[in-house]
Each structure stands twice: as C-alpha cells, then as structure tokens.
Design a binder for this molecule. Structure first.
Ligand SMILES: Nc1nc2c(ncn2[C@@H]2O[C@H](COP(=O)(O)OP(=O)(O)O)[C@@H](O)[C@H]2O)c(=O)[nH]1
Ligand SMILES: [Mg+2]
Length: 201
C-alpha cells in the first residue's frame, strides 16, 4: 500500500537591518556552516529547506535573504515576490537592531502584508536586548511566534523553521477547509458565511 504525501511550498523572507545575521542564517540553513565576516558576494541569497511535518505531509520552505538592508523605505517591491510570510530578524547583542524591526514590519505591511514571525539571532553572544522589550514589540506588531537562535552555533534554528513550517501548513489547511465549506454551501444553495464577526449587511 502506498501512502500519498501532500507537499506544501512557501516562500519566506528574512527581513532586518544590516549585520543582524540574515546571510549567516541562510548559510546555516543551506550548508550547515558558519563563516565569520563572510564576503557577501560568495553567499547564496536563498535556500530550500525541506521539512517533514508528519507521515503524510512535507513542507518546503524557500527562504530568501534580504540584500537590500540599508533602508526599508527603498526596498524594491520584487523582494516580496513569491513570499508567503516574513521573519523579522534582529540581533540579541545589538539593541538598535530591535528598532529596525518595527520599520521592517511597517514596510512589509505597506508592500505585502501577511503573517510575520520574529527571530532574535546571536543568542551565543552576551545579550543586550531585554526580553521584555522584544516581547512588547512582538505583541505590538502582532507576530505569530518569536524565536531565539544562533546562526553561529546552529542553536534553535531547526526547531524554529520546523515550527514555522507547521504553522504555515496548519494555516493553509484551515484555509482549504474554509474554501471547501464555502463551495459545499454554494452547491447546496445554503448560506456560506462562516465568519464569526460578519454583520450580514
Ligand atoms: N556571534 C555570532 N555572530 C554572528 C551570528 N550570525 C552572524 N554573525 C556575524 O555577524 C556579522 C553579520 O552577519 P551577516 O550574516 O553578514 O549579517 P546580515 O547583514 O544580516 O546579512 C558577521 O560578522 C557574522 O559572522 C551569530 O549567530 N552569532
Ligand atoms: Mg547579508
């Protein structure tokens, strides 16, 4: 007996200010290595991560580095092409990088909109960003999950991307169920409104 496997694919954008480690994260995910003071031109700007969710489900994440970091206001719109969600990356050892997170969240909302996650990188270094500050911002922006990782040691990275994949798959499956309910309602000629907050006018 052969089990059929469902494949999901999502594009994920890494957004954050210069030096937070988005290129190092892509390198860790792609080649499982870390290079100090890497030469950006030798580094890939995306990678594909394949994550089995369960026996019947596989999730592929195409993860894009952000090479236009200097100013969120001037980000080319095509940076967001093919992206289903974004991860706002900051450095746990650089307080200023947390301020950039808000700017990137606003920029993403303006150009694209959608699910956001937050990721504090460099957890191997001495911590300068207080948890409360990061958590407050996380709530204010409305991020779905918050991860602490290190591209240098690899700590937390596999688990973080697995959780992100699980979240995206679950979200997509719920959307599919909603679409099925709506189509069934239309076929039966019954009311199709399943949203709890609908005013019905
Ligand atoms: N200690 C430590 N250094 C890191 C980590 N990730 C990146 N770096 C270093 O931080 C600097 C900037 O990293 P890079 O990936 O180029 O940042 P980007 O500008 O966000 O792409 C480089 O010197 C990296 O070696 C990490 O997890 N821990
Ligand atoms: Mg870079």
């Amino acid at each position: 007996m052969s089990l059929s496997v469902t494949h999901f694919t999502f594009g994920v954008g890494l957004l954050g200010g210069p030096g937070v480690g988005t290129t190092a994260l892509v390198l860790r995910l792609k080649d499982d290595r870390f290079v100090s003071n890497q030469n950006v031109s030798t580094i890939h700007d995306s990678c594909l991560k394949v994550l089995p969710i369960d026996d019947k489900t596989v999730c592929k994440l195409r993860i894009y580095d952000n090479v236009f970091k200097e100013n969120p206001g001037f980000t080319p719109v095509n940076l967001y092409r093919g992206i289903s969600c974004a991860i706002l990356v900051y450095s746990l050892s650089d307080k200023l990088s947390l301020f950039h997170v808000k700017a990137w969240a606003d920029e993403y909302e303006r150009n694209h909109g959608g699910v956001l996650f937050m990721m504090g990188n460099k957890c191997d270094e001495e911590r300068e960003v207080p948890w409360e500050d990061a958590d407050q911002l996380y709530d204010a922006i409305g991020c779905k999950k918050h991860f602490l990782v290190s591209a240098k040691t690899g700590e937390g990275i596999e688990a973080a991307f697995k959780e992100i994949a699980e979240y995206l798959v679950e979200d997509e499956q719920e959307d599919e169920q909603q679409r099925d309910i709506i189509m069934l309602g239309e076929t039966n000629g019954t009311s199709t409104d399943t949203s709890s907050g609908s005013c019905g006018c």
